[in-house]
Write a protein that binds this ligand. Structure first.
Ligand code: ADP
Length: 336
């Protein structure tokens, strides 16, 4: 276990989980567990950067924990960020090793602050500006070797590396090892209601298929998927049809995929059939995950105590790093 490489990945508790999250991220988390020592965080501190409802935050945090467990994330790899306050302390230290100018260049801040400033009171929190530094703390506190990130987060990982470099340089000690991007092949799922845009919660209910919807709703959503987006003359594949094929493949229904693809190439594909096979494959794939979630929901108390325990074990690792960092940085380490 000692020489096993470490992977860190986090997810914000922002409500429902959709099949895009599963095929694009969480299923990969599950697979990585066999090969690496994994730390998976439900990052509730990060969910405070925009105005939010505290009751909902707590509810979303525990719901996400249950959903992740149902999808196959091992309990011992899971933690809730606010149960490990060392993340926030390291983040302060890192603030002092992060250039203001560099932070101002983060495109996600530019995008999100633009969204906020267009809302009623135009409030933009300092947390929204600073959260990439907290991300650096999330990663470096576990000395993660690898971080599986999408393109949109690559800039933040670069920032983590630059904070680590500056810390090492200024403290004249090669303490932090640079975390690397872990590139894995994951599917990008498009909205079935508008296959030109990514499946996403923020686009509204019709734009995502929840992992935990009734099978009847899932079948209905697939059945009403847009197939003709006006971007195809029949010989090339439209974005909607391509999306259905990619969901079918992500479900592992490769025989059906091949048969239907042959039909497409022969010009005889019936969209109703593609939708039928895709809906069935999805419902079949989700059935055991949904059953597991139902089981976990009947035992919330046990789930809570398991997560408190796993967070306390993971916290020890965070505490070790923070102690070393404080020693190096000339701060006082006292055990009261
Ligand atoms: P949302 O856009 O629904 O709010 P998040 O931004 O919270 O989703 O994303 C959580 C994780 O799921 C990220 O790793 C992200 O890359 C992945 N993800 C989100 N939407 C998709 C999608 N449509 N296809 C593939 N992966 C996705």
């Amino acid at each position: 276990m000692e020489d096993q490489k470490t992977v860190l990945s986090c997810i914000q508790p922002t409500g429902d989980v959709h099949i895009g999250n599963y095929f694009g991220a969480i299923r990969n988390w599950v697979d990585l567990q066999d090969k690496y020592k994994c730390f998976y965080g439900v990052v509730d501190y990060h969910a405070m950067t925009m105005p939010y409802d505290p009751k909902k935050l707590k509810e979303n945090t525990w719901n996400l924990i249950i959903n992740l467990m149902a999808m196959g994330v091992k309990t011992e790899n899971l933690f809730i960020q606010s149960m490990i306050p060392e993340h926030a302390e390291l983040s302060w230290i890192f603030n002092c090793f992060c250039g203001y100018g560099r932070l101002s260049q983060m495109t996600q801040f530019k995008d999100k602050s633009k969204d906020s400033s267009e809302k009623a009171d135009g409030f933009i929190s300092a947390g929204l500006f600073d959260y990439p530094v907290l991300q650096a703390a999330d990663i470096l506190i576990y000395k993660a070797d690898f971080v599986p990130v999408g393109k949109d987060q690559e800039q933040h990982l670069e920032l983590s590396r630059s904070i680590a470099q500056r810390f090492n340089l200024q403290m004249k000690k090669e303490y932090f090892v640079m975390p690397e991007t872990l590139h894995t092949k994951t599917a990008k799922v498009m909205s079935t209601a508008d296959p030109t845009r990514k499946m996403s919660k923020s686009a509204g209910e019709k734009h995502y298929i929840s992992m935990f919807s009734d099978p009847s709703r899932i079948l209905k959503q697939i059945k009403s998927a847009v197939t003709d987006t006006g971007d195809s003359d029949g010989s090339t594949m439209s974005a909607g049809v391509e999306n259905l094929f990619s969901i079918l493949a992500a479900c592992g229904a490769m025989d059906q995929h091949k048969t239907l693809m042959d039909q497409f190439e022969a010009g005889s594909l019936k969209y109703a059939e593609l939708k039928g096979e895709t809906g069935d494959a999805l419902v079949k794939l989700l059935a055991p995950i949904q059953a597991k979630r139902a089981e976990l929901l009947t035992n919330k108390k046990e789930v809570k105590s398991q997560i408190k325990y796993s967070s306390s074990v993971i916290r020890k690792r965070a505490q070790e790093t923070l102690k070393e960092v404080k020693d190096i940085a000339g701060l006082s380490n006292v055990k009261f």
